[in-house]
Design a protein around this ligand. Structure first.
Ligand SMILES: O=C(O)[C@H](O)[C@@H](O)[C@H](O)[C@H](O)COP(=O)(O)O
Length: 258
């Protein structure tokens, strides 16, 4: 790890790694430690995934020692955003996570909460919100005392080269959504166009967020968010300000402008 530091606000940790390989090793330990703490504390561990390169960076979790040491029965898995395509479609975030991660660990299948792929974007967003409401009611998902929004134990977010997180894109009105838990977009600038996404109030109620960012193509939004870079938009990634801990895991290419 090249640098470690608290940066800009007290709940933010920034870690820069020599390579994406080193980042993935550290990501596994970070997730395993949180899993142990939450399983002990509340008997469940709610983990939110996105799509994109994040999923490949989870590869160390399916290897020794973590494959055997993690109590996978406590995991409950969600998506911060999903493309509105069938679950067996190559664009599906569920399929990506299933192939590379979920099919390799013994998380009970009933604890994996994929969106309903038979519905329209709007109906799928409502349906996913209802599903999350049930789990809040059952006590599987915590609630933020500060905001009343669901409080996930760990949100693992990737970031696009334009600074988007989940399916919240720069300049799009959805970044301002204040009431809904889950919403939908039909004209995503990143294909495919139809997606559902968590809103910022949900993202920012998290107990822990890791922003997992690798590659030189991400250096600009990292510079804008963590350094003194500028952009004509407020980037969605700059709006990731959880009430819990924010941890940036960067490789050195993504951090090259800092
Ligand atoms: O469905 C999606 O497209 C993702 O959830 C999206 O938000 C992703 O996390 C970023 O675009 C980063 O993706 P990359 O890491 O592949 O650039």
């Amino acid at each position: 790890m090249a640098t470690t530091g608290k940066n800009k606000n007290k709940n933010k940790n920034v870690h820069v790694f020599e390579s994406e390989e080193a980042l993935s090793v550290s990501l596994a330990k970070y997730a395993a430690d949180l899993s142990e703490n939450f399983a002990k504390q509340k008997g469940s561990f709610t983990v939110v995934l996105t799509g994109g390169s994040l999923i490949k960076s989870l590869r160390q979790l399916v290897e020794a020692p973590y494959i055997d040491s993690i109590d996978w029965s406590k995991w409950h898995v969600f998506w911060a955003d999903e493309r509105v395509v069938p679950k067996n479609h190559p664009d599906s975030n569920y399929l990506l996570a299933y192939d590379a991660f979920l099919s390799k660990v013994p998380i009970p299948s009933g604890n994996v909460y994929a969106i309903n792929d038979a519905l329209s974007a709007e109906a799928a967003a409502d349906d996913y919100e209802t599903c999350i409401k049930h789990l809040v009611h059952n006590g599987i998902i915590s609630v933020s005392e500060a905001t009343g929004f669901p409080k996930f134990d760990l949100m693992l977010l990737g970031m696009g080269p334009d600074g988007h997180v989940a399916s919240l894109f720069p300049g799009h009105p959805l970044v301002q959504e204040k009431k809904k838990w889950i919403t939908f977009i039909k004209e995503s600038p990143k294909p495919p166009p139809e997606r559902i996404t968590f809103t910022f109030p949900v993202i920012n109620s998290s107990a822990n967020i890791a922003l997992v960012v690798a590659g030189a193509g991400k250096a600009h939004p990292v510079h804008v968010t963590l350094g003194n870079g500028e952009d004509s938009h407020v980037l969605p990634v700059q709006m990731v300000l959880p009430e819990g801990e924010l941890t940036w895991l960067l490789d050195k290419d993504a951090a090259s402008k800092l």
